[in-house]
Design a protein around this ligand. Sequence first.
Ligand code: GLU
Length: 397
Amino acid sequence: MSRSFVPSPNIARLKESATLAVAAKARSLRAQGIPVIDLGAGEPDFDTPAFIREAAAAAVEAGATRYTATEGIPALREAIAADANRLLPAGATPFTAAEVVVSNGSKQSLFNACMACFGPGDEVLVPTPSWMSYYEMLELARATAVPVFGHAERGLKVTAEELEAAATPRTRGVMLNSPCNPTGAVYSREELEAILALADRHGWWVISDEIYLRIAYDAPATSALQLAPARDRLILVNGVAKAYAMTGWRIGWAIAPVAVAKAMTSVQSHTTSNPAAVSQHAALAALTRVDEANAAIDTMVRAFHSRRDAVLDALGTARSLAVHPAGAFYLYLDVSSFGGEDPGAKFAAALLDTHQVAVVPGSAFLTPHWIRASYATTEAIAVDGVQRIVRLLTAGA
Ligand code: GLU
């Protein structure tokens, strides 16, 4: 007799990661011989720079094959603190390794932070649209994610006033992400400053996901640590995945007040222990061989920049339907003209069916009138994909 599986209440409302699902679908169609253009996954198409791969291989030969401290090897934690210190305003107290926890990708750092800081009854403001995993991680921590919607005329960014209007006495924190996934919008210094000041006034936790910080085109993106009035409620999350083209190595980190860092380490000690030793050594090379890393990042960001410009050109008049993509590598496009209750999902399904292009429906990010197209692929493929998007937009439903 086969018995059906009833998910536990822990995950009863959990939704699968839409970004990973689209990537998996595109891979499976390709495996069947269907030449899908994958603008779904937010994953750089570049190889990890050679000096990092070589450092990892050497580390394995030198014995980096065992457990490490849960929170990461001391040299990497020091390198992460040093990397953050370069951004601090003059006179600010430098970070130390004690404030750093290295995890299996920035995703785990975000999850650890949500588990450590929030619980039942807590509300956390999530500027929306945002990367869907924030909502799910907050749910897993049994807190309540409160989406705060940004206006299209501001590139879907939210203001401090909008956040304040959504706050209640139960508000405990806010999730920030600039440059933003899925929109590519970048918060200005002033916008970020106002939000950080608001959070400080209320004593909210600020979890600032800065994984796309180095990938900005019009001007350098601002980090919360350049502006935060205080650091006792600030958790900074970053990693090597996007800027260093190291998605598969799974190395991210959080920089947090020591007590929070300890709590996050504790969560991690019971779930995954340390991130892979070899990956930590790869990240150590990335963060300490600064000149080589900067040269590699510059080359990749220049390529993303040129693709960004090329896809905007390919949009033609449909450009007015897109959020201005000032950072990350996403194009967020209003497809409400396609009609129906969930125009983004309808559009994405039709696009895959009739034009063989995979994109993520905006409903994944709580904004069903939009779609997200990632241009972290060759310029020719990105342009071809966007031209097909325009053809479907023009043809209509
Ligand atoms: N963050 C990337 C994306 O949004 C990678 C997939 C994921 O972890 O969600 O596509």
